[in-house]
Design a binder for this molecule. Sequence first.
Ligand SMILES: [Zn+2]
Length: 242
Amino acid sequence: MFNKTIFLVIKVNKKIVAAIIAFILLLILIPLFISNNPIAVFNTNRKIIVVDPGHGGIDGGSSNAGLLEKTVNLQVSLKLRKILKDKGINVVMTRNSDVSLESKSNLKSSRYNRDLHARRTIIDSNNSTAFVSVHMDSYKKSSVRGVRIFYYSESEESKQLAQSICNSVNKMVFKDFLNITTVKAEIAPGNYYILRTSKSPGVIIETGFITNPIDNKLIQTKDYQQIMAKAIAEGIVEYMYR
Ligand SMILES: [Zn+2]
């Protein structure tokens, strides 16, 4: 009887110890499963691309023929995110829904400036390798179309990224997909806040002219968004691993 009692106590204690170990293991493991990218925490050499869909929420950007720039900027950017992630590249989005970002900035300035400041803060705080802001162009002459990629003239890295994306857009979008030689992608220096002030090199890509009827229609189709996103991703990869 006595021996049996001791045996029971030891058995119960073992169960308690096992339960405590299981609990501790759960505490360690659960955050790893919840976290989006647990491995990246231990990898100091990881490369991060920030994808910045221009405008959003109260700020529609430019508009024409019922299309708001913010809508297609986001659609192309989400496709770009997926393509980059499939290539094993870490992506941080400045927004992934129809919102503006001014509430994320504590700058004492206009809504417009706070929105841009918030985007820049996301780029800087993630130590990004590079960033890409996705926009659409507009112009008073509706015949003007094509893709422009703005770089910061003081940054050779920014210029190289722009050139790399320009090359892939010309090949994949205009030559192979649209099969036209009359429209081209080109790079241009641009003294924009996001290019000038961000710590990492970046570009602003204008994926077409919202004011041009052909560009306006094309950019609203899934296939064109997909090939545009693919070409941008290809340009980024070429730049990163050159
Ligand atoms: Zn814009």
